[in-house]
Ligand binder design. Structure first.
Ligand SMILES: *[C@@H]1O[C@H](CO)[C@@H](O)[C@H](O)[C@H]1NC(C)=O
Ligand SMILES: *[C@@H]1O[C@H](CO)[C@@H](O)[C@H](O)[C@H]1NC(C)=O
Ligand SMILES: *[C@@H]1O[C@H](CO)[C@@H](O)[C@H](O)[C@H]1NC(C)=O
Ligand SMILES: *[C@@H]1O[C@H](CO)[C@@H](O)[C@H](O)[C@H]1NC(C)=O
Length: 466
């Protein structure tokens, strides 16, 4: 798992970083990003500060251009934390985090009539209290591009590029060097993000400049061990989706192994078949949510295939009540020339915008548990939260790997509240890791229950108990 050319990478990066720094000292170049004052679909000037831009990671100007959206804190950007957002997938645009989860605007969900889709403000935007860089990585994602995208798509490349991007971004934005820095992500990003944090931490220790004021991370329903599938059976039973008898039979016939099933074990295969049938009409990302046709083909597949299916662009128009309708509106919005112009997208670099670009991504990290253990040893804070109605990364699988870290409990299982109502349950460990469930929420918790996730985030980032 140790990257073969990491020392080379450090060396080059160091030189590059240094060169860039000098350049900026000599000539006050314009910042890499540009301010966006207006956006098509939104009336009047934006009531928050948005900057978009590209940062080049390659040796030539036309190679490895990483696109980002940066939203300044609406509170006190000098003091408030700085966060980097990475969407899951792998290969989903960070715009997903911005427009559907924690950013300052969302699409107004109404029938598309051919005009530019309308934007509305999100009252629970996390940018109310912190600044967020939404970055399109791995290369090929969103508006990021490269001469040969295929060359740059793997877990470790994503790790290096994110680290490199961040140091460069901070060189261009030195006013944020002293702010506390966090990474926030969910779903598939549970695999690369702990490795990214370790790279940043190691880089700081090696004296890479500029120093990153790394404090910790937040992960929502994060893929972590690739063993998540194994917990679905127990989860489905607990949630009343399968019978006691089927559950007992599954345990007997499969002996706790539901991923690598022996093809001769007909009893287990038969039980699994029945299990899948029981879940076939369920929205696996949010079991109480609408089941949409998109989900129809998902149910027989493994977790990774499922993430795949749900992320791929659709060919037909989704129903208005489906989550994917919002994704459909984004595709329409981005195909409007005025939108691309407003966002300073370089002409001719990207054809049709895809929410998720999934081609040729090489998986190299198959568990991030050891990274979590390493980060804990170094004292970084973390909040791991689970929408408790998600079958894809069910909360019990997350609780299992957290338990396996063997840290003692400093604040034991209890409810946390929003407006006098239980928002979920939480437990804090001696490694500065807080775990929380978000009651009634799904795989992408801030999207389903912003009214719970925003207070949860606000308390945690302010060092208060949930
Ligand atoms: C792009 O990169 C891939 C993976 O390294 C390589 O197989 C392919 O030949 C490259 N394509 C071009 C046009 O250089
Ligand atoms: C996910 O989708 C990509 C691109 O369509 C494909 O190459 C890959 O094999 C899929 N992975 C799984 C686990 O189905
Ligand atoms: C965790 O840290 C140790 C000690 O620095 C290191 O040898 C190991 O490779 C790290 N684990 C991972 C998964 O990187
Ligand atoms: C936690 O404890 C178990 C049992 O003693 C051990 O097998 C495991 O390696 C420990 N995990 C870590 C991360 O230290």
């Amino acid at each position: 798992m140790v990257p073969p050319h990491s020392s080379l990478y450090y060396c080059c990066q160091f030189v590059l970083t240094f060169a860039l720094f000098s350049l900026h000292m000599l000539t006050p170049l314009e910042a890499s990003g540009s301010r966006v004052e207006h956006l098509p679909g939104f009336q009047g000037p934006l009531p928050f500060e948005l900057e978009t831009g590209y940062l080049g990671l390659g040796e030539t100007d036309d190679d490895m251009q990483v696109f980002y959206y940066f939203v300044k804190s609406e509170n006190n950007p000098q003091k408030d934390p700085l966060m980097l957002w990475l969407s899951g997938g792998p290969g989903c645009s960070s715009f997903s985090g911005l427009a559907y989860e924690i950013g300052p605007f969302a699409f107004e969900i109404k029938e598309y009539d051919g005009s530019v889709p309308s934007l509305v403000l999100r009252p629970q935007s996390w940018t109310k209290i912190c600044s967020i860089i939404f970055v399109d990585l791995p290369l090929g994602t969103g508006f990021s591009y490269a001469k040969n995208v295929t060359d740059h798509r793997s877990d470790w490349k994503l790790v290096y590029h994110t680290h490199q991007f961040l140091r460069k971004w901070l060189i261009d934005h030195p006013e944020f060097l002293s702010n506390e820095f966090y990474i926030v992500a969910d779903s598939y990003a549970g695999i690369p993000v702990p490795a990214i944090l370790q790279e940043i931490s190691n880089g700081n220790e090696k004296g890479l400049q500029p120093l990153i004021n790394l404090q910790g991370y937040l992960l929502g329903n994060p893929l972590t061990s690739y063993r998540e599938d194994n917990y679905r059976i127990q989860y489905a039973h607990g949630m009343g989706l399968i019978s006691d008898e089927l559950y007992a039979s599954l345990q007997r016939s499969c002996k706790g192994e539901y991923i690598d099933v022996d093809s001769r074990n007909e009893l287990c295969l038969g039980d699994l078949e029945y299990f899948h049938e029981c879940l076939s009409g369920i929205n696996l990302f949010n079991i109480v949510g609408s089941f949409c046709e998109d989900d129809l083909h998902m149910w027989r597949r493994s977790l990774t295939q499922e993430l795949n299916a749900s992320l791929n662009s659709r060919l037909t128009v989704p129903e208005l009540r489906c989550r994917n309708y919002g994704f459909y509106l984004a595709t329409k919005w981005f195909s409007d020339e005025s939108v691309r112009k407003a966002l300073h997208i370089r002409e001719g670099t990207i054809g049709k915008w895809e929410r998720c670009y999934r081609t040729d991504f090489e998986r190299e990290i198959f568990s991030s548990v050891e990274f979590h253990a390493n980060l804990s040893k170094k004292g970084y804070r973390s909040l791991i939260y689970s929408g408790d109605h998600d079958v894809v990364v069910p909360f019990i699988s997350t609780q299992a790997w957290i338990r396996d870290l063997n840290y003692s409990i400093v604040d034991d299982w209890r409810s946390w509240f929003v407006n006098g109502q239980v928002g979920g349950y939480t437990r804090t460990y001696s490694n500065q890791m807080t775990y929380a469930t978000v009651k009634g929420s799904g795989h992408i918790a801030p999207e389903y229950t912003p009214e719970l996730c925003f207070p949860m985030f606000t308390r945690w980032i302010s060092n208060l108990p949930l």
